[in-house]
Ligand binder design. Structure first.
Ligand code: SF4
Ligand code: SF4
Length: 179
C-alpha cells in the first residue's frame, strides 16, 4: 500500500442562476492560454464554454474535462425551462463526435488546468457576476506510484548493476517478503 499524502483538491462551483452569459470567462481563458500569453483571444480555444438560450435567460458554463478517445454509448438529454438541449450540450469531454473543447488549428483536446501557476483561476477572477466560486480543500490520499516511474527506476538500476544482479536482488526481496 502506498503512503498517505496530503493533496489539495480544487473545485469551481458554478452558480448557474447568477451567470448572465457575458462570456468574459471564455475570453480570459483563451487569452491566458494563447501563445504568447495574452496575444489573442478566441472563445473556441477556451476551456470553459457557456451554453446559452438567451430567450429563456438560461446560461450554463461548462468546463473542459477529460479527453475521451471514443464516443460514449449513452447520451443525456436535458430539459431546462421547457427547452430540450442537444444530447451532448453539457458534456465536459473532448470526444470524436463533436468539435467542442478542441484546439481549432491542431484538433488537440483542451482541458481546464485551473490556470496552473495563478493564485486563483482567471475565469473566477473575471466573472463579475460571481457565478463561479473557487474552493480548495485538503484531502489525504494514497500516493500514486506510476508504473512508468518504476520502469525508469528499474532501467537505470539495470544500466548501473546489470540485469543479473538486479534480478538476484528482486528474487531475494520476494523470498524475504514471503518468509
Ligand atoms: S464570466 Fe461569469 S457571468 Fe459571464 S458568462 Fe462566464 S460564468 Fe457567466
Ligand atoms: S480555471 Fe483557468 S483554465 Fe480552467 S476554464 Fe477557468 S480560465 Fe480556463
Amino acid at each position: 500500500m502506498g503512503e498517505k499524502i496530503k493533496k489539495i483538491i480544487k473545485t469551481i462551483k458554478v452558480d448557474v442562476d447568477k451567470c448572465n452569459g457575458c462570456r468574459a470567462c471564455e475570453l480570459v481563458c483563451s487569452a491566458f492560454h494563447a501563445a504568447p500569453q495574452y496575444s489573442s483571444n478566441n472563445p473556441a480555444r477556451s476551456r470553459i464554454r457557456v451554453i446559452s438560450e438567451p430567450r429563456k435567460d438560461v446560461y450554463v458554463p461548462v468546463y473542459a474535462g477529460e479527453h475521451a478517445k471514443a464516443e460514449c454509448m449513452g447520451r443525456d438529454k436535458y430539459v431546462i425551462d421547457g427547452k430540450e438541449y442537444d444530447e451532448c450540450a453539457f458534456c465536459r469531454s473532448s470526444c470524436p463526435s463533436r468539435d467542442l473543447f478542441k484546439e481549432p488549428d491542431s484538433g488537440l483536446p483542451l482541458k481546464c488546468d485551473m490556470c496552473e501557476g495563478e493564485a486563483e483561476p482567471l475565469c473566477v477572477k473575471w466573472c463579475l457576476a460571481k457565478a463561479l466560486i473557487y474552493e480548495e480543500r485538503e484531502e489525504e490520499v494514497e500516493e500514486e506510484v506510476k508504473l512508468e516511474d518504476v520502469e525508469i527506476g528499474l532501467e537505470s538500476l539495470v544500466d548501473k548493476y546489470g540485469m543479473e544482479k538486479v534480478m538476484d536482488s528482486v528474487a531475494r526481496l520476494s523470498l524475504s517478503k514471503k518468509g
